[in-house]
Structures are given as C-alpha cells and as structure tokens.
Design a protein around this ligand. Structure first.
Ligand SMILES: [Mg+2]
Length: 444
C-alpha cells in the first residue's frame, strides 16, 4: 500500500516532513519540508549538495535527491506536527549505489529472488549521560553490578516509559525494558520485523531516544564504549529467514527440516540456517568493519573484564547454543543471535552485511564449524584455531578489503566509498596526539 504523503499530512495535522537519509558513517541527515511542498518532494526528492552527504561525493557532483519511501513514514510521537520519512538517495535518475539504504534494498531483493526473506530484531543498548556527555546522568547509579537494577530503572522511569509508550502507539510491539549491565545503561526491546522495516525502526529508535533524553535534560548515546571499564553498548541482532515478507510470512526457513545429526540441527536450525550461519562465521572478521565501524568499537570487542565481571562482547569467531559468551548464540529453534554488532553500527549496513554474508553461506553451503558449548570468557584459551576478531578499526578495514566476496556482495561502489572514507577516519585518528602517548613516552 503506498501512502500519499500530502493526504497523510492533511489527515493527521502534519505541518513538516523530515526527509531523512543515512550516510556512510551511520549519521542521519534530513531536510524539513513543509507539508505544502511534500507532493512534489514525494515525486522528485529533496535536494542535497553531494559533497555534504558523506556518501563519498565531491563539491562538483550534482544535487543528490533523497526520495522519500512513504512506507517508512512516522509521525513524531513527541511532536506530532512533524513526520519522519526515510529516503532513498538518487542522482541524475539513478539510485546512489553506495547509499546504505539502497545497499540494503538491493540485497533484500537478491534474497527475495531466492525465496528468502530475512527478518531481524535488534537490541539497541544506550547510556543516559549528562548533556555534555562527560558523566552518567544518574549520580545514584553506582552499583558494581547494576544489571536489572530495579531502583535505577525506576529513577529513569520518565524517559523509559515515554519511549516505550511511543513504541506502543507506533505498533512496534515493545515487550520489555531494563537497566543493563553498565551504570547508566538501558535496553528496550520491540518485536522483530522484515530487515528494511527493522533498519528504519532502528534508525528512528536512535532519533527518538536521543530526542526524548534531550527533552528530559539528558544525553542518550549508543557509542560502543562510552565509559571506560564499564560494559559497552551492543546491538545484538536476531536473525531468521522466512518464505515471504511481512505478514505473508508463514514458514521459518531456518526451522524446517533440520538434517539430523548435525551440531546445528540439535539446536533446531535447518540446513539452510546452518549454511547462512556458515556465511556469517566465514565473513565475521570482515563484517566487523561494518558491525563495529568506529575506533571506539574495538574498546568493546576484545575488552578486559569490566567492573560487572563480564563484557558480554565476543572476542573470537565461535558459535554455540544458549550461551552468551560466543559471537553467535542459537537460543532456540529457527533463529540465531549475532552478538558482534555494537551501537555504532549503521542500521542499514548492519542488516545488509548479515544478508550478504548469509547469502554467500547459502551459495557455498558454508560450514559454521565446530560448536563450542563452553564459557568462552573462562575457557576460550582452550579453543584452538578459532578466528579472532580484529583488534582495531584498521585491522577490520583490512579484513574487509581482503574479503573480495563480501566486498562484491555489498557492492563495488559501496565498498570503495566505505573503505575510502573509513581509511581517512583512521588516518585522522592516528594523527591525533593522545594523553596516553605523553604519559608513556615523554621520558623515554
Ligand atoms: Mg543487552
């Protein structure tokens, strides 16, 4: 069903549309368009100077047009005069191939050609900090083991309830909220959906959470490791593949006909689920450039034990059953949880890279390797030969650059643009002088 945005505005009293696209760094950029002008914009798109889009364009590029996808429109629950709508970037009549939402749409279409419809749910953890980002907003939130702290979640009830109420109003099916494992950290869960819908909701959730937090005088951050020594912000992603999109989905392809005797079938994962998981395992090191895209991401991965006693983040490319110390957990039949991604992951590229890796796994009947039913934090040293995750962003970019299959699946234009901009970011980081350098080398 296609929505006419002008009618949507008239029926709901919307005065402005925020036409939004997501750049290669995961930032959301938008133009505020008055409802009187939306009919033309729905047709043509909103214009942006290419160079400023952070999609790897120069000042000489023509206008990039962000064409709203009306299926994604959401009236802001905290400001109903405004509606947010995700857009697909277009330039001179062609879709911008490297734009994250376009990358995901292309991969969804490729999967659909094979009768595969990926559904996902994300657990977008966040911290509530003081407005300048320097401290946890709640001065009482100091417990050494604060996970599920009932007192602390109630001290931020006004924020959590407001966001959860909005998700209820939007029909997302939120079902639980909690204080997470770090001081100042929260998680809110809503129902899984088609990969594109989840990516749009994930984007909107970040926007909504930041907006509501600001309203209450706080700052919400999804940064992977915003506070040294505390558990970081993961973005665990639950994946299953179905026979049809949306509500037409009847059969979970990951749950049918498990071939008896395999380590995956014992956990209720079908042969296709096994191969899809095999693709994730095969490409994990390269994937981390996308799922863990910032310098800071690698302070969550491979981290020393946190104050709470566990980082909850993986260090190696291993999988298991219902056990949270591995990169992949198969918590029950017909799905798996990828615990690698963090809060900095671009919502669209996160879904795209999972589909890209999974489809290659299916094409090559990839083997996910041995299942380790051990506590990886305590006994990981006993595992021989498991691939380790990159130690920093440069290693991750190099792993991505080396993985020609994944690069091609994500698209040549995208991979070139992404690597170029992220290499520049790395160069900027290493040319920055840190306090650590002075402390450790001043007197050498
Ligand atoms: Mg969590």
């Amino acid at each position: 069903m296609s929505t006419d945005l002008a009618t949507f505005a008239a029926e709901r009293g919307v005065k402005y549309f925020m036409i939004s696209f997501t750049d290669l760094f995961g930032g959301q950029r938008a133009k505020l368009v008055p409802a009187q002008a939306i009919a033309g914009m729905q047709e043509e798109g909103a214009g942006f100077a290419g160079f400023a889009t952070h999609l790897d364009m120069t000042p000489a590029h023509p206008d990039m047009l962000a064409v709203p996808d009306p299926a994604s429109v959401i009236q802001l629950p905290w400001n109903p005069e405004v509606a947010w709508v995700a857009a697909n970037p277009v330039m001179e009549g062609e879709e911008v191939a490297q734009a994250p939402r376009n990358v995901l749409r292309r991969l969804i279409a490729e999967a659909a050609q094979q009768g595969m419809h990926v559904k996902t749910g994300v657990e977008a953890e966040y911290f509530l900090l003081t407005p300048d980002g320097s401290a946890i907003s709640d001065e009482y939130d100091t417990a050494a083991k604060p996970c599920y702290d009932q007192q602390a979640v109630m001290r931020r009830y006004d924020v959590v309830r407001e966001i959860c109420d909005y998700m209820l109003d939007l029909g997302w099916g939120p079902y639980q909220n909690d204080h997470e494992d770090a001081n100042g950290q929260f998680e809110m869960n809503w129902e899984f959906d088609d990969a594109l819908a989840t990516a749009d909701k994930h984007s909107f959730f970040k926007f909504m959470t930041k907006s509501v937090a600001e309203k209450h005088g706080f700052r919400a951050t999804f940064m992977p490791k915003p506070v040294e020594g505390l558990t970081g912000n993961g973005c665990h992603t639950h994946v299953s593949v179905w026979d049809a999109p949306g509500e037409a989905a009847k059969t979970n392809i990951f749950a049918i006909d498990p071939v008896p005797g395999s380590a995956t079938s014992e956990l209720g994962l079908s042969d296709k689920g096994r191969a899809f998981l095999g693709g994730i395992m095969k490409h994990a090191a390269a994937m981390s450039a996308i799922t863990n895209p910032t310098v800071n991401s690698y302070k969550r991965l491979n981290a020393p034990v946190t104050l709470s006693g566990a980082t909850w983040a993986p260090n190696t490319v291993t999988w298991t059953g219902n056990n949270r110390t591995h990169m992949v957990r198969v918590p029950g039949p017909g799905r798996f949880e990828l615990r690698l991604p963090d809060g900095a992951a671009n919502p669209y590229l996160l879904q795209a890279v999972i589909i890209a890796a999974g489809l290659d796994g299916l094409a090559t009947d990839a083997d996910p390797g041995k299942r380790y039913d051990i506590d990886m934090y305590a006994e990981g040293h006993k595992v021989r030969g498991a691939v380790t995750l990159p130690l920093n962003m440069l290693d991750a970019l190099r792993a991505y650059d080396k993985d020609t299959t994944l690069k091609a699946a994500m698209g040549k234009e995208f991979s070139e643009a992404f690597l170029k901009l992220k290499q520049r970011e790395w160069t900027s980081f290493v040319s920055h002088f840190s306090r650590w350098e002075k402390e450790h080398t001043l007197d050498i």
